[in-house]
Design a protein around this ligand. Sequence first.
Ligand SMILES: Nc1ncnc2c1ncn2[C@@H]1O[C@H](COP(=O)(O)OP(=O)(O)O)[C@@H](O)[C@H]1O
Ligand SMILES: CC(=O)OP(=O)(O)O
Ligand SMILES: [Mg+2]
Length: 412
Amino acid sequence: MKIIFAINAGSSSLKISVYSAEDRNATPREIANAQVVGLTSPSTKLTYTRGNENIYKNHQVTAESQDDAFSILLDTLLGDEKLDEVRSKSDIAITCHRIVHGGKYESAQIITKDTYHHIEALSDLAPLHNGAALGIVESCIRKLPDTTNIACFDTQFHMSLPPHVYTYPINQERARKNGLRKYGFHGLSYSFITRSVAKFLQKDVSQLNIIALHLGSGASACAIKGGKSWDTSMGLTPLSGLPGATRSGSVDPSDVGKLSPASTEKLHISKAEQILNKESGLSALTGTADFAAIAGADRAEHPQHALAFDLFVDRVSAFIGSYYVSLEGKVDALVFAGGIGEKSSRFRSAVVSSTACLGFAISDASNDSISTKGSVTQDISSEDSRSKVLVCQTDEQIEMACMCHSKDELWN
Ligand SMILES: Nc1ncnc2c1ncn2[C@@H]1O[C@H](COP(=O)(O)OP(=O)(O)O)[C@@H](O)[C@H]1O
Ligand SMILES: CC(=O)OP(=O)(O)O
Ligand SMILES: [Mg+2]
């Protein structure tokens, strides 16, 4: 039996799921889940569940970084005397880490000195994402010396993108030399969604065509053709495509502060990245990163909230239209996932009405009764919908745990 910690550093949250795996053929069984959410908003909250028992729910904590959150979660898990399977640090056999940028890695990697340095070098392409995750890897190496660390990459699922999609129309020699191409992210989530939706629709994965939306603090869309990534909205870094809670999404870089050559000297490129990644997006329009507050606000009283909501509906709908065409109209389902996709019925309803010309239609009653305690995939389409409209409670942690625990090297 092995204990697996699957650690998911998102941009506004840190989630750890704990699994036990009997042997390498058994599916890992979740025994606990601990998460700190709201890292980009003033109130940061801890939720901890052991088995079916809620120990903490939205318990206020102070954490300013992913690494602070990691210390809180590790103390919570190791300090729980009733978590029988994890008596001490040395019981944790495997920690899987969600690493957003994996460059051209095509599979999860055991983290050695070499792989660590390789991933560190890739951080130039996702400085604000890989940095936080690597900080946690370092903490694990220091605090959990008996554990095998494994890197699982968001980019892996998108290795199937065709050349005409992943190529940027720029100097090809420079592109090759510097690894400039569309990589795509949220791949662990899309991989989970693909498997879950295929199972739900009782279709072979290789026959599944869907438009999936992972709408969390970072948001992206993905066209999945024959079970594989065919196009996705994020690019070289997780900045392009859709806006996020604090991210601008695609903007013309010359618009950013209209920099003169002189001001460029002062405003180092990393400052621009800082602004576009952390100080933009829906919170720059509204002053809040909490999408529930944006979607729930009175439109007349809060015109900026209404603008942010409408803008997000517009950008998401544009990708749905584009992917509907690139999938030649053969779409089994439109799938909503991520914090916003799973929890905001108002947003789902607005997106479905704005893409109604493609034949999507939902039942308001089903849309309003989505339960986070219900099945992984829930159907909200109405009978007259041309494709299914589904809500999938995505789970990047189980995707990582399954990916890692079957590795031969861990059981020999
Ligand atoms: N009840 C809710 N209604 C609408 N949006 C919500 C709700 N709860 C959380 N969210 C939004 O979900 C997002 C966080 O989603 P999540 O997938 O957990 O993020 P990440 O993994 O990117 O940190 C935030 O933008 C948050 O405002
Ligand atoms: C890739 C990415 O944007 O991840 P997250 O939404 O978790 O920040
Ligand atoms: Mg996330």
